[in-house]
Design a protein around this ligand. Sequence first.
Ligand code: SF4
Length: 394
Amino acid sequence: MRPTGALHLGHYHGVLRNWVALAQDHDCLYFVADWHALTTRLDRPEELAHHTREMVIDWIAVGLDPTRVTLFVQSRVPAHAELHLLLSMIVPVGWLERVPTYKELRQAATGEETLSYGFLGYPVLMSADVLLYGAAGVPVGEDQLAHLELTREIARRFNDLYGRGPAFAADLERALGRLDPAERHGYDGLLRAYRERGEEEALTRLEALLAAVAGLGGDGRAVLAAAARGTGRTILREPRPLLTPTPRLPGLDGRKMSKSYGNTITLRDDPSAVWEKLRTMVTDPARVRRTDPGDPEKCPVWAWHLVYSDAPTRDWVDRGCRTAGIGCLDCKKKLLEPILRDLEPIRARAQQLAARPGEVEDILEEGGRRARARAEPVLETVRGCLGLRRRGGG
Ligand code: SF4
């Protein structure tokens, strides 16, 4: 997530709750994309550190536990930049010019500065962000599917180019040599079942067999599995999109909730600020007077009831609105309690963390250390594929 500062209810329902849920049973990494922020905003560098800290406070306050997930800042893990550079050598410019966000911005651009080299290349940086950790999945919205598809194409291209180099046959020979006779017999049998009889399930059993061979190593397993599939080695893993339907919470003016529109309720607004904003939220324009009937489908407040209210309350709103039996303030008051029930513990945790900035810094330091340690082996493999070896004086 780009560092946008304190977060709002749109982030909470659209992204953060899903992140927290994913962290229950996945090994998750979440990072502040501060380099990405620079691709479109260079004018306020003084805000970057502040926004980073405030955003991470909100992440933790909503329930991301830094002892279970890795929270870090992109620019503190230089491997992202190095992989971006290396991948940029194999990505055709045409792929990037076709990315929808680039096309849109180019059409809308008025000044040269908008179309920086960095902006053209940011989908490659995004790909590096994901491929660096061998991510199995990435939580994305529909609007980011094109970016993730590009990431998959880049991984495929890299694997095609470097997964079958001259070293592959030698690696295969070496890995086969590490199987004892019984394991080799099992491997050959399952290979025939898959290749000659097309038994898909044999491939699964073959991978299980390899997983159980002690001393084979991840590389040996990858080579033998790739040989069985008839492909080259998978060096960069293709991530799949984790598309979770999330509720859409419109802003107070009915447009998309966004800090730049000034139409948000932030996660740290106090109860009086929440009510003041809710009270003045736009409604169905047809309800000019209390006695005018309305249509919930034309009212952004209704979208909030779909998120916060139970079925009886929704029935009450629907009937009361259409018959002018209730006023808009009555309708909005019903939202106040569930919103505050969500926000109060978040606000309390955020206040505690904001009072201890050293703690947030420590969390980000530790997260950065963990991310660097995880990224390095992947990067080292990529360097090796390209003939760039660091270890051993390369
Ligand atoms: S009664 Fe509720 S749903 Fe109907 S227009 Fe007013 S705020 Fe919207």
